[in-house]
Design a protein around this ligand. Structure first.
Ligand code: KG4
Ligand code: ZN
Length: 356
């Protein structure tokens, strides 16, 4: 199985064997965007086009297989930047057609859901999934692969987007998440108090905001704080970063714990770029101890760094799941900037879900 990912600013490919072992794995991060402080879609598409052949070839070489040895191709068809997605989708369709092989369309966020299980056999359903990336923030109850109950989502900015915007305010480079995390290590999170949007102690599961997130208010609070700090911002930046990271992580962890309590599911899986955040991982580990014993055994699962950020292996793994379910895509299949999460429903299994 060859997985290809070109939805944003990483050109990534990976080869899995029949037991889902990673044989070859390559991620090329585009540095062309650095000077702009964010991803420029047109430049991303062009960079994918220039590099896609060499990235795939390198992944095949590391795997010790030829292109003709690939049985099935998987590629991200959405959501993402349309020009960027089209490079991967057109490449895959052309090769699948030329070699007469099936290919599978993969939803990027379902890919992230499959990242952790590549390394950790315990990251299997049922689990609560917190998917946090640059474009999405989703809290899911995964009862089985392919069966996803939407508990909460962001109403405005995604968690990673908030990290990126705060980084920009603090004069840090793109992508912002790792940079904010780095300077927050030297900061005191208590020195400035920032709000916890949509998190109030007295919320009940009937409250539509019980599981949902909002990060744009937090970003505005950081803007106000940086304006107030004026010239002292450069000295205060680590404290501001720490206060922001603390607030964002508090909300993410608190809502995940709510989902664990309501469903009685003790396993949590973290996916997406923001799941690389060390504070998020540590706080999740620490605070699951707050849960009552009736949740049963509690555990947190996440991928290593290379499988948390966008990569081809998670796409290949999700493609295998879809292919084994009998799915393959036709040659007139398109790429989509926005795309419904397959198998996602807003319903309940003994739990009352808020209307979203
Ligand atoms: O999943 P991903 O690689 O791409 C998307 O699907 O968007 O996620 C990228 C996002 C960026 O917003 C980046 O700032 C954030 O993940 N990120 C982090 C960390 N590493 C990456 N956010 C917080 N802490 C990190 N260590
Ligand atoms: Zn992603």
């Amino acid at each position: 199985m060859l997985g290809l990912e070109t939805s944003c600013d990483e050109t990534a490919a990976a080869v899995l064997d029949g037991d889902n072992r990673i044989l070859g794995h390559v991620i090329l991060s585009q540095d062309v965007h650095e000077v702009y402080g964010g991803v420029v879609p047109e430049l991303a598409a062009r960079a994918h086009l220039q590099k896609v052949d060499s990235v795939v070839n390198e992944a095949l070489e590391r795997a010790g297989v030829a292109l003709e040895d690939v049985d099935v191709f998987g590629v991200t068809t959405g959501p993402g930047l349309i020009g960027a997605l089209l490079v991967g989708v057109c490449w895959t369709k052309a090769v699948a057609w030329a070699l007469d092989r099936p290919w599978v369309a993969v939803h990027h966020m379902e890919g992230h859901l499959f990242g952790p299980v590549l390394e950790d056999p315990q990251a299997e359903p049922p689990f609560i999934a917190l998917l946090v990336s640059g474009g999405h923030t989703l809290l899911l109850y995964v009862t089985a692969w392919g069966e996803y109950e939407l508990l909460g989502k962001t109403r405005d900015d995604a968690a990673g987007e908030a990290f990126d915007k705060v980084a920009k305010l603090l004069g840090l480079p793109y992508p912002g998440g790792p940079a904010v995390q780095r300077i927050a290590e030297d900061g005191d999170p208590e020195r400035h108090r920032l709000p916890r949007p949509m998190l109030r102690r007295n919320q009940t599961v009937e409250d539509p905001a019980f599981y949902d997130f909002s990060f744009s208010g937090l970003k505005t609070a950081v803007i106000d704080l940086t304006t107030k700090l004026g010239d002292s911002l450069s000295d205060e930046a680590p404290h501001v970063a720490a206060a922001f990271q603390d607030a964002a992580v508090d909300v993410l962890v608190s809502k995940t714990l709510r989902a664990m309590r309501e469903t009685g599911c003790g396993r949590v899986v973290l996916g997406g770029g923001v799941s690389a955040n060390v504070h998020l991982r540590q706080e999740m580990e620490r605070r699951i101890q707050e849960l009552d014993a009736e949740t049963g055994p509690r555990s947190v699962h996440h991928a290593s760094l290379r499988l948390s950020l966008d990569n081809g292996a998670m796409i290949a793994r999700a493609a295998r799941f879809r292919f084994e379910k009998g799915e393959s895509a036709p040659l007139d299949q398109n790429a989509w900037a926005s795309l419904d999460f397959p198998g996602l429903r807003d319903g309940s299994r003994g739990i009352t879900l808020p209307k979203t």
